[in-house]
Write a protein that binds this ligand. Structure first.
Ligand SMILES: NC(=O)c1ccc[n+]([C@@H]2O[C@H](COP(=O)([O-])OP(=O)(O)OC[C@H]3O[C@@H](n4cnc5c(N)ncnc54)[C@H](OP(=O)(O)O)[C@@H]3O)[C@@H](O)[C@H]2O)c1
Length: 369
């Protein structure tokens, strides 16, 4: 018998749209390998409508309904996105005990991470689990959100916040028990690495950025990429989770890229070096220091080989030394996969919990009378 996870999509832009089609593509694998089924019960956006259907919606019907402008909301909805989340949690609790997952993919707000932080807090306090690809909440409020999740006995997962679906947070959480991460350095922003690589070959900054926008990879506001804010937010998120820091993107020293870097990028390449926007963090005394800066990397640097949209990170650890994770394929599918892997992780948690509850009963059932 499969466990059905009910999904509430908060935001339905590039990432969420790819996520729902990926759900369809992976339906059989979810059922056969994990005993899981998913049902999208609601979608809420800022200005493109909202919908609600306890029987579930597929990718085509979500698009059709949003295009038709026919809005629907759960009973009790009073107008805001947080109302929608609260009402949805109340509306599903009768049928889906602790099985509602809020899938948060709203726009990054670099000032303070809002309103995504409120969306997540509301989801957790209403009894839902939350997965997100939005780095803002992890960069601004990881500690308090993690506390809220623990108190509510719900999962709060965010693998897509950094390096899309390639495991970084999961790698450390699930496979490196008792390892201390003491620092990291990485190329974390696809758009700027794409532009720098393109400029090495003579392409203009503007046309390379346009390509990233057309592919849905650049942030909704691309200055967040080129001014280094996205990399700073990812650096804060990684430092908060892996180094137990209390950074925000504003406490990360930051440099961006400009069209004027074209000649320097070409010159570096001719000289056997690569110009990269590198994020670095590490413990400095009792504090964690972090910065995002342009560096000319020599060929033997593992980050120097990253082309185009590729990302990479080197974790510095106490026992295993340096661990490098390279993401050669970056894009919407990879970010959508991060959400899917988080959804599966929630599903496995639910199955484990129900197994633990079932096991004592099974033992009792076997006890001779
Ligand atoms: N694109 C990528 O490759 C990528 C990779 C990794 C992580 N991310 C992160 O994933 C998130 C989503 O990215 P995206 O490319 O899908 O962005 P997007 O295309 O701009 O979509 C954002 C969605 O959020 C909705 N939204 C914004 N504020 C809202 C609110 N207050 N209430 C409800 N909905 C709201 C928007 O609604 P409207 O449509 O009505 O405006 C839109 O549907 C961002 O945080 C981004 O940093 C993206």
């Amino acid at each position: 018998m499969s466990t059905t996870l009910e999904l509430l999509l908060v935001g339905f832009g590039h990432v969420a749209q790819r996520f729902v089609t990926l759900l369809d593509e992976k339906r059989e694998a979810l059922a056969l390998e994990h005993g899981l089924a998913t049902s999208v019960v609601g979608v809420v956006t800022r200005g493109h409508g909202r919908m609600w259907a306890v029987d579930g919606l597929d990718a085509a019907s979500i698009r059709e309904r949003l295009a038709s402008g026919k809005n629907a909301a759960p009973p009790g909805f009073a107008g805001s996105t947080t109302d929608f989340i609260r009402a949805a949690a109340a509306g599903t609790s009768a049928t889906g005990e602790a099985r509602l997952i809020v899938v948060e993919t709203t726009t990054l707000n670099i000032d303070n991470g809002q309103p995504a932080i409120d969306h997540i807090r509301t989801g957790l306090s209403s009894g839902a689990h939350v997965v997100t690809a939005n780095k803002g909440p992890v960069a601004f409020a990881y500690d308090t959100l993690d506390d809220s999740a623990c108190r509510a006995e719900r999962r709060f997962l965010f693998e897509g916040a950094v390096m899309d679906g390639v495991p970084v947070f999961n790698l450390v959480r699930e496979t490196l028990p008792a390892i201390e991460v003491v620092g990291f350095r990485g190329v974390l922003n696809s758009t700027t690495n794409y532009i720098l690589t393109a400029m090495e070959g003579g392409q203009s900054f503007e046309s390379a950025l346009s390509e990233m926008q057309a592919a849905g990879i650049a942030e909704a506001d691309p200055t967040l990429d080129v001014e280094g804010w996205d990399a700073a937010a990812k650096t804060a998120a990684l430092a908060n989770v892996l180094l137990q820091a209390a950074l925000t993107p504003h406490s990360v020293e930051r440099e961006g890229i400009t069209p004027a870097l074209g000649p320097r990028a070409r010159e570096a390449r001719r000289a056997g070096r690569r110009l990269k926007l590198v994020a670095t963090a590490g413990r400095d005394g009792g504090q964690v220091a972090a910065h995002v800066a342009l560096e000319e990397l020599t060929e033997d640097d593992v980050l120097a080989g990253l082309e185009g949209q590729q990302n990479g990170i080197v974790l510095f650890t106490d026992v295993l030394g340096e661990i490098a994770v390279i993401q050669r394929g970056a894009g919407l599918t990879q970010t959508a996969y991060a959400l899917l892997s988080d959804v599966i992780a929630v599903g496995r948690t639910l199955i484990d919990r129900s197994d633990r509850q079932e096991r004592p009963r099974a033992r009792r059932d076997r006890t001779p009378r």
